[in-house]
Design a binder for this molecule. Structure first.
Ligand code: UDP
Ligand code: MN
Length: 274
């Protein structure tokens, strides 16, 4: 075999990292990201929000993008944001589009390494579903027809190759993604699955190393954390949280466990205990 049979090598510079956030979360969710994984992908990461925020604009070196989408949690507002994320990627020169939520930790080197297994010149929709079966909906055009498709959970993160995004351009580019969301009346990540799996007939490739807080974080063993691509956190109830079980900083200092995770993955950093 020669080098020609290998896929082209992927570097961090090839990746467009997009984080969905909203006005009221900036102060609560962005600081831990800025302190940790953002430091490893400062040039590649963009925060898509719904307001001007001079403080965080400064803290991200001008990497906050005001989508002018409404700041409500409604389906329309969320599809609007993902639509702007996608269009911004299409305008860039990057080979991969990776979307995350603002409660994700992204293991940057691992993400790049896994993307290296796939060619951006081929159609790839990489992510992880949180349902056990494909979603079934009734066709809006033909009410007697059922449509079924998989979708990657937005809160776990997902990536699209440039080749696939270019095929989406005529159908869902230039803001059309919002109209599709309007038509099928489903959330943004589901709309993405509908566009890719149903309209374009390109299958989702399941990557198990993406994790949303739909999964119990305590099931991810500390020994395997290096291999995972994303992590998350959430609250089950007032006194029960869904966070990584990991040695490190005190929970009061590090409620999300992301500081401890960052130090597990990158122990040489100055703020890490040694
Ligand atoms: N989000 C948003 N607008 C809103 C509420 C949430 O853009 O009005 C974003 C938020 O910043 C996060 C994602 O949507 O990136 C998911 O929000 P959250 O974690 O609050 O809800 P979940 O769906 O995960 O329960
Ligand atoms: Mn969430």
């Amino acid at each position: 075999a020669t080098a020609t049979s290998k896929p082209p090598t992927t570097t961090l510079q090839d990746v467009f990292v997009s984080v969905k956030t909203t006005r009221s979360y900036h102060r609560w969710r962005l600081p831990v990201i800025l302190k940790t994984w953002f430091q490893l992908a400062k040039e590649q990461t963009w925060f898509f929000t719904d307001t001007e925020d001079p403080e965080f604009q400064k803290k991200t070196n001008g990497h906050m993008i005001n989508t002018n989408c409404s700041s409500s949690h409604g389906r329309r507002a969320l599809c609007c944001k993902l639509s702007v994320e996608l269009d911004t990627f299409l305008d860039s020169d990057k080979k991969w589009f990776c979307h995350f939520d603002d409660d994700n930790y992204v293991n940057v080197p691992r993400l790049v390494r896994v993307l290296g297994d796939y060619s951006p010149q081929q159609d790839w929709y990489l992510g992880k579903p949180s349902t056990k079966a494909p979603l079934e909906i009734i066709s809006r055009e033909n009410k007697s027809q059922k449509i079924s498709f998989w979708f990657a959970t937005g809160g776990a993160g997902f990536c699209l190759s440039r080749a696939l995004a270019l095929k989406m351009l005529p159908v869902a580019g230039g803001g059309k993604f919002i109209s599709i969301g309007e038509k099928i009346r489903l959330p943004d990540d589901v709309t993405m699955g509908y566009v890719i799996e149903h309209l374009l007939r390109k299958p989702l490739t399941v990557i198990d190393q993406f994790h949303s807080h739909f999964e119990p974080m305590k099931f991810i063993h500390q020994e395997t954390m290096h291999e995972q691509i994303t992590f998350s956190y959430s609250r089950y109830s007032k006194n029960e949280v869904n966070v990584l079980k990991i040695d490190g900083f005190d929970s009061r200092l590090d409620p999300t466990r992301f500081l401890s995770l960052h130090c597990l993955l990158f122990p040489y950093l100055s703020f890490c205990p040694r």
